[in-house]
Design a binder for this molecule. Structure first.
Ligand SMILES: [Zn+2]
Length: 219
């Protein structure tokens, strides 16, 4: 199965079904407890443990919300990193993948109202690059792993070194061309001198020959 097939809505919904996530409606987010069915859920809701959690939550709702928000953020980012690396992807694809996990945090128990709110927040906080398109929001994981940063710096350093080397050899070639031009000028001078010397020698020969002729003609 190709990646496109793997991420198609049908494939995702099949995986959700396969994992029995229809049971999620009987999941108590606050206690993070999955109940078997409606009856089980009702029983859980009147249980002492649930009531205790409820009391704690009502006394300190922000603490619970912070906890769930933080969980959602870490799990979502981990999933994004694992599945897509730093590739740009539609937020819904990642979210569908995320909610296909049985133990996922429900958006309504977090500080965010919607997936869009959450996406914008990820962008604002610098966890992801986000951008809005007519088709919705896209996200891109920003890798802050020290090893990755080290590798990126190493690549940047190599790239700079290459550019420096290129610049240096370009300068050397330029220098050679310049020297070559000057050198050619000085090379040309002896050539001219030798030509001139040759010409001078010929002229002398001619003078001698003419003088000789003159002597013979006048004698
Ligand atoms: Zn509960």
């Amino acid at each position: 199965m190709g990646k496109a097939d793997f991420l198609s809505p049908k494939a995702i919904s099949n995986r959700i079904k396969a994992k029995g996530l229809h049971k999620l409606r009987w999941y108590c987010q606050m206690c993070q407890k999955q109940c078997r069915d409606e009856n089980g859920f009702k029983c859980h809701c009147v249980s002492e443990s649930h009531q205790r959690q409820l009391l704690l939550a009502s006394e300190n709702p922000t603490k619970f919300m912070d906890y769930f928000s933080d969980e959602l953020k870490s799990d979502f980012l981990e999933l994004l990193r694992r599945l897509f690396g730093t590739k740009r992807v539609h937020n819904n694809i990642v979210y569908n993948e995320y909610i296909s996990h049985r133990e996922h945090i429900h958006m309504n128990s977090t500080q965010w109202e919607t997936l869009t709110d959450f996406t914008k927040w990820l962008g604002r906080e610098g966890f992801c690059k986000v951008d809005e398109t007519p088709k919705g929001w896209y996200i891109q994981y920003i890798d802050r792993d020290p090893e990755t940063i080290r590798r990126q710096e190493e690549q940047a350093r190599k790239k700079k070194q290459e550019l420096d080397d290129e610049e240096r050899s370009a300068r050397m070639i330029e220098e050679q061309v310049r020297k070559g031009r000057e050198g050619k000028g000085t090379d040309e001078t002896p050539l001219l001198v030798s030509e001139w010397e040759g010409f001078e020698a010929q002229r002398e020969e001619l003078v001698i020959w003419l003088a000789d002729m003159d002597v013979r003609l006048t004698s």
